[in-house]
Design a protein around this ligand. Structure first.
Ligand code: B12
Ligand code: SF4
Length: 455
């Protein structure tokens, strides 16, 4: 039996990536598919296609018996096109992952079967039913027991990625309004057995690894104790990997945690600051960042003192965001001292509290689905923003990026990371990569606005 697993390209994202020499650092492994592959019985011949590495000639490949497709929302448009190719040839197509799980009815118009939720509890049943010619329309999974998460099949992808990928926890209790994680993976923070994580990390050939956890350290004392245990195990295993991960700002509160993370190979962390204003934080529900007395700059500095780079992420277009928000975000990023700033448009993703609110208020402007899903990369203003028109919100984004990535501020940041020996090369590459996007973004926004005007 032949199983073909496909990670569809987001053509918009790729068009932009191809124009950049930093391409290699922007293509990431589809870990979900590698996990699905690991759950597949041994008598299947499995091929994993990542369209981000180049579009394959599906017609010239051996005919699969079944196809599995994954997709974030931004990839859904292309996922449905790829599905059509195989369905037209009589090959059953199963779609899983976040988009199909949040929009199963839509997905079912384009594929034969939808796998809703985490695959661990259902994929073997899906395959068994397909083998008997009894594939159901949908299968719904509970959140997996973490001991049931298999070691992902890293061997199935070719070389050429800058980063390997591993997951050590699932779930997040914070349920921020714009984020799908709590509705998809649940509010319970579930850690994989540490021995499994270490075993899996040994099978990853890349020297650099993206730890895909939504929050590697968690928020409670028990979560942090678990993170320390994980870092100690990484050190003891002598993995010699460098890794980056998403964390919350409380990482800066614990010197022991920081020292262990650095010794275990932590090179950088992404922190979602979301908004520079208390109203903005209250609006997105990120109460965690609102904790009284938190000095974001001091927290960032404590992390950086361990040689760990900090990338900060903010959202533009909140109901509380008025004119000048771009400048405020850029200044907050500089004040906190982050090495890289990533600002994204407020984007209602299906399944989130934000979607329910904006959809209910008729505020979703890019709504010709499924075609418009390709704009749900968080880099397009797809909604009606409360205080800012579409052109204003774009201007705020541009002013934010221009200010933070001005030649002078960029030089100062790269110099500081050189002086403090905090991965100066990564800082340089990151900053230049963002600077090089500035001009390209202007054209991309024009094209997007033109498309909205035409439709
Ligand atoms: C790592 C990651 C990335 C990586 C990319 C990794 C990749 N695959 O290409 C990077 C940093 C590049 C990235 C980018 C983006 N990301 Co992202 N990302 C994640 C993150 C943190 C982990 C994903 C992961 O690897 N999980 C581990 C695997 C094992 O889980 P999984 O993929 O869900 O797979 C399981 C199930 O879904 C299911 N499954 C999945 N596929 C299939 C297929 C079949 C056939 C079956 C049966 C089952 C199945 O089985 C798997 C095992 O249980 C998730 C959050 C999360 N917790 O999932 C956000 C997340 C997926 N990203 C999100 C977003 C919004 C984005 C961006 C649009 C925004 C941005 N600018 O960052 C871009 C989109 C890029 C693009 N493709 O166009 C959202 C997506 C929401 C949505 N509705 O689309 C998420 C959920 C985070 C959030 N805040 O809500 N991301
Ligand atoms: S944004 Fe981060 S902290 Fe908030 S719910 Fe999502 S994963 Fe959790």
């Amino acid at each position: 039996m032949r199983l073909l697993l496909i990670n569809p390209v987001n053509p918009l994202a790729l068009a932009r990536v191809r124009q950049s020499q930093w391409n290699r650092y922007r293509i990431w492994k589809p870990l979900g598919l590698l996990t699905v592959a690991a759950l597949t019985p041994a008598d299947y011949e499995i091929a994993v296609i990542d369209e981000n590495l180049g579009m394959p000639a599906y017609g010239e490949m051996p005919r699969p018996d079944i196809v599995g497709i994954t997709a974030f929302t931004s990839q859904a448009t292309r996922a449905y096109e790829a599905a059509r190719h195989f369905r037209d040839r009589g090959v059953p197509v199963v779609m899983g992952g976040i988009h199909a799980s949040m929009c199963p009815q839509e997905a079912l118009q384009h594929v034969d079967c939808v796998a809703i939720g985490e695959a661990e509890g259902i994929w073997p049943h899906v395959l068994a039913d397909a083998r008997r010619g009894r594939l159901a329309k949908s299968y719904t999974a509970d959140h997996a027991e973490t001991a049931a998460i298999p070691r992902a099949r890293h061997d199935l992808l070719p070389r050429g990625y800058a980063f390997g990928a591993v997951q050590t926890t699932r779930g997040c209790p914070l349920n921020c309004s714009f984020c799908s994680v709590t509705s998809f993976n649940g509010a319970r923070y579930r850690g994989r057995p540490i021995a499994d994580v270490i075993d899996e990390m040994r099978t990853i050939r890349e020297k650099l690894i993206l730890v895909v956890d939504d929050n590697l350290i968690g928020t409670s004392a028990a979560h942090i104790a678990r993170a320390k245990e994980l870092f100690r195990a990484m050190i003891a295993a002598g993995l010699r990997k460098k890794w980056i991960a998403q964390v919350t700002i409380n990482m800066g509160d614990d010197e022991e945690l920081l020292a262990l993370a650095a010794a275990a190979g932590c090179a950088g962390v992404f922190i979602g600051f979301e908004s520079p204003t208390p109203e903005g934080l209250a609006e997105v529900g990120k109460k965690f960042n609102l904790i009284k007395g938190r000095d974001a700059r001091a927290s960032v500095q404590r992390i950086q003192r361990h040689g760990i780079l900090v990338a900060g992420s903010f959202i533009i277009g909140l109901d509380s965001d008025g004119r000048g928000i771009g400048r405020r975000i850029a200044d907050a990023g500089s004040r906190y001292g982050v090495d890289i700033l990533n600002t994204l448009f407020l984007t209602p993703l299906p399944g989130t509290r934000l979607w329910d609110k904006m959809h209910g208020e008729g505020r979703i402007s890019a709504n010709a689905f499924p075609s418009d899903w390709r704009y749900y990369t968080l880099t397009f203003p797809v909604a009606h923003y409360k205080q800012l028109s579409q052109s204003q919100v774009i201007r705020e984004m541009e002013s934010c990026d221009r200010r933070f990535y001005s030649r002078w501020r960029t030089l100062r940041r790269v110099w500081s990371s050189l002086w403090r020996r905090r991965h100066p090369l990564v800082s340089l590459v990151g900053n230049l990569s963002y600077r090089s996007s500035l001009l390209r973004n202007r054209q991309t926004y024009r094209d997007f606005a033109g498309r909205a005007a035409r439709s």
